[in-house]
Structures are given as structure tokens and as C-alpha cells.
Design a protein around this ligand. Structure first.
Ligand code: BG6
Length: 486
């Protein structure tokens, strides 16, 4: 489907890492697939570039490599480049924004400003846009991280909120654009089967893992001032948790969905600082081996302080104080340089209350739903079945839904979906300010306590599943991480 109207897409940070890897490739793919209205224009804003020709050269040299060969055609690439204009803007020069206004103000259709820049530039850019009237009839997209804590995030939101109304603000959390996350909504609210079971009476615990094999790559400097709790838990993991735990919304319109997610985030049980060492684990990777290749310790990565105590791994237990979920632990975990790249949600249902079939019916490995978000998107329902042959011996089996076997095409990258949603004015997959605040409120006591007590991250070797303390935390609840069962 093509975008509803023509559009002007102004990309600040046009030569940044995100533009190169995600935003421009996603726009290209939407263009190739015929999903962008003809006439829609992309205006890139970047420093250290002299003009359009030089910018297109940069796009050819840097962006092309991030478009998959299967999606590349010379013709589509050429016509995509035709959509791109370049504007040289020095943020300190008010007259440069006058030039931007002259270039875009009279163009038809939707106007989007995408701030793929560091958060320190969000407010100055918004002020400059307002000074030339460009905050009217436009949308603004803010990338994470939006602040460093509740106070700094509020400061940005307050300042941006004076210039743009909340319905004009699109805060990106790219996990919400992933196809399997959408599917989670379809699974929960399109089937009557799971909903009666989706509650404390039947669910024993839930695990949500986003594990990465990659380290901090070229972002050591940024990451060292951020850490895994801010980089992944405050946003992606809590967003996934809110989708897993939310009540059925009355419709899929943006505020119905976001209202329900907000209720979950507000119902998160505040963590008592005295409990933090029991319910949260910090880790930092040391040198190790991943897929046969040696990788350095975090402290030796470029941009990282050698004495850094920033965490590259977090495991934390969350609880939701409402009727549906009271007492059910949600174990959240994320880390860099782990043993595998996996994002998954594991719903452990309670075992049968009494087994007439012997103790094997009480074993783990059954009564479980595993939703694999990446790679190889699948939903697996684990049950017990009788092993063929004599006697009644049970074995764990699974019902499998592998999405690529059902739907051979049409998968859309997260950024592509989200960019099309911005252009089409669909807000459901963007984070509302109140959600963001609720997430910071829950995360902040952990950050504060770690800082106040000087809690050092526990070491783990790269290529493992993180510090042993993360396993010990689950053992307190008579459970273990999924991979530990095998
Ligand atoms: C980003 C984080 O938001 O998400 C990165 O800043 C992380 O540190 C990335 O690597 C993970 O996203 P994905 O889509 O590769 O799982």
C-alpha cells in the first residue's frame, strides 16, 4: 500500500550511523516496493557535506552496502536517489533554517522531521524549526536515547512539548516495529485460545531475553555513558513486557493500545533499594571467544574507559501489581557479547496439579510457549506426548509455527514499517510520553542504588550467557533460563 499522501521527509543527522544503516535503507526499500507516494522528497541535513552531489556520493558509498542484494535494482536505486535533496545547515545559524523553510514550506503533503542526532540537539533543532514556523503541520521523530534519566528525559519532553503537540511527536522504539512483536498482539487478541490462560492462575513465570553477540562496535563512547539498563531495559524490554502483559485494548487505535501498555508500566512493583542485589544483576564482559573468534574485554573496546564499571549485561526480576499478574515473576535479561543472538519471550505455564502419568508429567520442558522474535521468527507450544512403544513414557514435543513457511514474502523491516507509520500518521507503535516516564520511574531506583552503593558489574566471559548470579536469581524461584534446561 502506498503512503496516504505525498510527503517531505527531513532527515537531521543525514550522515550518521543510523541514517546509513537503518533509515535510508528502509526508505529505499519502501520506495522499491512502491510504498512511497510519487513526488515524496527526502531532504538530508548533514555537516561536513558541501552539496547534493557530494551527499549522493556518500549515499552510494555508504548506504548501498546496507541494502540487501535481493532488494537492489539499479532502476529503483536511481529513482530513489532522485528523491533526495540536500540542505546544508549550521545549527548555530538562524538563516540556515530560513533556507530550509523556503525549500520545504510550500511542498504538498505530510512533513516529517526525523532527528537522527544525539539527544543534546533535539531541543535546539526544535527551537530553530519553530523560529521559522516549521513546527506547524508537521511531525517530529525522536530517536532513543531520550535522556539519561527521568529528569533529563522530562526536560527534553517539556521543551519539545512546548513546540510540538503530543500527537505530532513520534518517539521511536524500533522493537515495536518488528513483525513478531506485531504478531504477539495477533496471537493474544486474535485467538480465544490463549487469553483464558494468560494470567496468574495458569502462568508460573515469564522470561524476556534480548541477547546479542555483538559488542559495542563503534559506539564505545556513547555506550560507556549509558549501559545496558538504559540502552535496552528502560525501552525495548519494558515495551515487550507491556505488550505481553497488557489487557486486551478495546480497539487497535493508538491511544487504546498505549493506554493499556501504560497501565502495565504503572503497575510495575517499585523495587525496594534494599532488595536490589537480590532482584537485579549487573555484568560486564571480559575477553572470550564467540563462534571461534577471540574478542576483547569490554574495558579494552575503543571509546571505553579502561576502568569502566558500566554494565553490558542486566538481568532483573519485575513484578506487576494487578489482578492478572500479582506474584508472577517476569525475568528480563539482556547483554552484549553473549553466547547467541536471540530475542525471545518464554511463557512458563504451571505444571499439572497431579500427575496420574508419573513424575515425567511434572518435568519442565512442557506447558510452555516460546515466542522467538529473532532470528527465525517462530512460536512454539511445548507439550508432553507419549513416546511410541510400550509403557507410558512422556516426552516433550512441540507444535511449531514458523512464520517464513507460512508467509514466504512480505516481511517488513522494523524501520520501514515505522517510517511508513510516521508518514501515514499512525501513532500506535510509538512511545507516548507517559509510558516513557513510567518506564524511567521503575528503572531509576536501580540505577540510583547501583551508583550509591558502588555496585561493580560481575564479570562474565564473552561468548557465555552472563554472570552466574543471573542463574542464581532464577534458582531462588525454582526455575532456570530456557537454555539452561537443554
Ligand atoms: C538499540 C541499542 O536500541 O538496539 C543497541 O542501542 C542494540 O545497543 C540494538 O544493539 C539491538 O537491536 P536489534 O534490532 O539488533 O536487536
Amino acid at each position: 500500500m502506498q503512503t496516504d499522501s505525498s510527503f517531505t521527509f527531513v532527515l537531521f543527522g543525514g550522515t550518521g550511523d543510523l541514517s546509513m544503516r537503518k533509515i535510508l535503507p528502509a526508505l529505499y526499500e519502501a520506495h522499491r516496493a512502491g510504498m512511497l507516494a510519487p513526488g515524496g522528497k527526502i531532504f538530508a541535513v548533514a555537516r561536513h557535506i558541501e552539496g547534493r552531489e557530494q551527499y549522493l556520493q556518500w549515499v552510494n558509498e555508504h548506504v548501498r552496502a546496507h541494502v540487501s542484494n535481493a532488494q537492489f535494482t539499479e532502476d529503483a536505486w536511481r529513482t530513489f536517489l532522485d528523491r533526495i535533496e540536500f540542505v546544508a545547515i549550521d545549527l548555530g545559524k538562524a538563516e540556515d533554517f530560513v533556507l530550509l523553510r523556503d525549500a520545504v514550506a510550500d511542498l504538498p503533503g505530510t512533513r516529517v522531521f526525523y532527528l537522527a542526532t544525539g539527544p543534546s540537539l533535539f531541543v535546539p533543532i526544535c527551537h530553530a524549526l519553530a523560529s521559522v514556523g516549521l513546527n506547524q503541520n508537521s511531525r517530529i521523530v525522536l530517536e532513543k536515547p531520550l535522556g539519561y534519566d527521568l529528569r533529563s528525559s522530562n526536560a527534553i519532553n517539556d521543551a519539545v512539548g512546548e513546540i510540538f503537540a503530543e500527537e505530532q511527536i513520534y518517539r521511536i522504539d524500533h522493537y515495536l516495529g518488528k513483525e513478531p512483536v506485531q504478531n504477539l498482539l495477533a496471537l493474544r487478541f486474535g485467538n480465544a485460545l490463549f487469553e483464558p490462560l494468560w494470567r496468574r492462575d495458569w502462568v508460573e513465570s515469564i522470561q524476556i531475553t534480548i541477547a546479542e553477540e555483538l559488542g559495542v562496535e563503534a559506539r564505545g563512547d556513547f555506550y560507556d555513558n549509558t549501559g545496558a539498563l538504559r540502552d535496552m531495559v528502560q525501552n525495548h524490554l519494558l515495551q515487550l513486557l507491556s505488550i505481553v502483559a497488557m489487557e486486551p485494548p478495546h480497539s487497535m487505535d493508538s491511544d487504546s493500545v498505549r493506554d493499556e501498555k501504560l497501565r502495565v508500566l504503572r503497575a510495575l512493583k517499585p523495587i525496594d533499594p534494599r532488595d536490589i542485589s537480590r532482584v537485579a544483576v549487573r555484568g560486564q564482559y571480559h575477553a572470550g571467544v564467540i563462534r571461534g573468534a577471540s574478542v576483547p574485554a569490554y574495558a579494552n573496546e575503543s571509546g571505553v574507559r579502561p576502568e569502566s564499571t558500566t554494565e553490558t549485561f542486566v538481568a532483573v526480576k519485575a513484578e506487576i501489581e494487578n489482578w492478572r499478574w500479582a506474584g508472577v515473576p517476569f525475568f528480563l535479561r539482556t547483554g552484549k557479547r553473549l553466547a547467541d543472538r536471540i530475542a525471545e519471550i518464554v511463557v512458563n505455564f504451571r505444571p499439572v496439579p497431579h500427575s496420574a502419568l508419573g513424575s515425567s508429567a511434572l518435568r519442565p520442558g512442557a506447558n510452555r510457549l516460546v515466542i522467538r522474535l529473532q532470528p527465525n521468527e517462530t512460536i512454539r507450544l511445548y507439550c508432553l506426548a507419549k513416546k511410541p512403544g510400550e509403557g507410558m513414557n512422556l516426552s516433550s514435543v512441540h507444535l511449531d509455527l514458523a512464520f517464513d513457511q507460512f508467509f514466504r514474502e512480505g516481511q517488513m523491516e522494523a524501520y520501514q514499517r515505522l517510517l511508513l507509520d510516521v508518514i501515514n500518521g499512525r501513532l500506535a507503535l510509538f512511545v507516548r510520553r507517559d509510558e516513557q516516564e513510567a518506564a524511567w520511574r521503575w528503572v531509576e531506583p536501580i540505577l540510583n542504588e547501583w551508583a550509591a552503593s558502588g555496585t561493580k558489574p560481575k564479570p562474565y566471559a564473552a561468548g557465555t550467557w552472563g554472570p552466574a548470579a543471573a542463574s542464581a536469581m532464577l534458582a531462588q524461584h525454582d526455575t532456570c533460563w530456557l537454555e539452561e534446561e537443554n
